[in-house]
Design a protein around this ligand. Structure first.
Ligand code: 3HC
Length: 325
């Protein structure tokens, strides 16, 4: 059966069975292939929210561009923030292959219909936060995104390969900031410890609710959109990051953290799920400010979009006139 027909109803049981066989055989699904409506909807939701997270994620760090401690640090932070913008555009483009427009996605973000990662609703109070964000937030993102490189949807998986390469630079530059401060003056060491105290638990929230509370995981794993569960990825991140904190001479703010020799991984405490739900529901410290900044930037950039469209229209007319001549 040729399941590359995209003109068949998206809930045809015959096609669903053939589709799942492709997924199980690790055959990538491409934009023109037939896919169940739910698969398309899940990808549009997750990929557009991923793109929103990249774009909104530029704001907390952008706050420190003009206050970077040196020209070198300013240049590195500038490069990182520009990368995040590129990741967002990359992911918006990959999501458009599923039949949603850029404007629709922006509207879903600006009206609060769409989510973005909770982590970006926390304030950045000082330069150590730039280190903690690169080290912990980008570190958590890499843990999650490496799994997404094996996602069943071709454009998403391929976007992840490029994005992960850049994320590893983001994580390293953050860890270097933390190392400089942890080996610096007493005040700098205290700032580094304060930053991990504030960013550790919100970084663990990035992996989503516990598997048992996840509304999406089972179906997403059947469709191989999600290759590893939220809790497994979170545990992987904890096991990799705790030794890095110890190397810096910093304490992880979790008094239940302990190495479990039998499991060969860390036991640790419990996330404050009320805080998680509160931030995801829009009541975090910076939710309103972040969304308003995005809306203002979108409105402020309208003249650029109009000019680009007018120029494209003019070019189209010029080409058509040349062809007609
Ligand atoms: N913040 C906001 N919403 C969250 C969340 C978080 N940390 N964790 C989960 N959610 C939402 C989910 O979106 C879902 O809501 P929805 O159905 O309305 O979309 C609900 O909570 C239930 O969560 P599930 O785990 O059941 O949902 P998913 O299967 O979608 O898993 C996810 C959540 C693990 C975040 C998954 O969507 C995913 O892997 N997304 C792609 C990666 C991503 O978006 N990362 C965000 C950070 S990007 C980043 O950090 C950029 C870097 O450069 C710094």
């Amino acid at each position: 059966m040729d399941t590359n027909k995209s003109n068949v109803a998206e809930n045809d049981p015959q096609f669903e069975a053939a589709f799942q066989k492709k997924i199980d055989a690790e055959i990538k699904i491409e934009p023109r292939d037939w896919m169940p409506a739910g698969y398309r909807k899940t990808l549009i939701r997750q990929m557009s929210q991923h793109a929103h997270s990249e774009i909104v994620g530029m704001l907390p760090e952008g706050n420190w561009l003009t206050r970077a401690p040196s020209l070198k640090r300013k240049a590195i932070l500038m490069a990182k923030i520009q990368d995040e913008g590129g990741h967002g555009l990359y992911l918006y483009s990959a999501t458009e292959t599923l039949g949603i427009s850029r404007d629709e996605m922006y509207d879903q973000l600006h009206t609060g219909k769409a989510k973005y990662s909770s982590i970006f609703n926390y304030p950045t109070l000082n330069w150590a936060d730039m280190g903690a964000i690169g080290w912990l937030v980008d570190g958590a993102a890499i843990t999650n995104q490496i799994a997404l490189c094996r996602c069943s949807y071709g454009p998403y998986a391929r976007a992840m390969v490029k994005i992960c390469k850049e994320e590893s630079f983001h994580q390293r530059q953050g860890y270097e900031i933390m190392m400089n401060m942890a080996q610096g003056t007493k005040e700098q060491r205290e700032m580094a410890q304060d930053a991990i105290n504030r960013w550790w638990w919100p970084s663990l929230m990035m992996f989503g609710p516990h598997d048992a509370d996840s509304t999406r995981t089972t179906q997403s794993m059947t469709w191989k959109i999600k290759r590893t569960s939220n809790d497994e990825l979170r545990q992987k991140f904890v096991d990799a990051t705790v030794p890095q904190a110890h190397y810096l001479g910093l304490d992880v703010p979790d008094d239940k953290l302990a190495w479990n020799e039998e499991k060969k991984s860390y036991d640790w405490g419990e996330i404050d799920w009320d805080e998680f739900r509160n931030v995801v529901a829009g009541n975090g410290l910076c939710n309103r400010e972040r969304l308003q900044t995005r809306r203002d930037a979108h409105d402020g950039g309208k003249w650029v979009r109009d000019a680009a469209l007018a120029y494209a229209e003019k070019q189209k007319k010029r080409t058509a006139a040349k062809k007609a001549a």
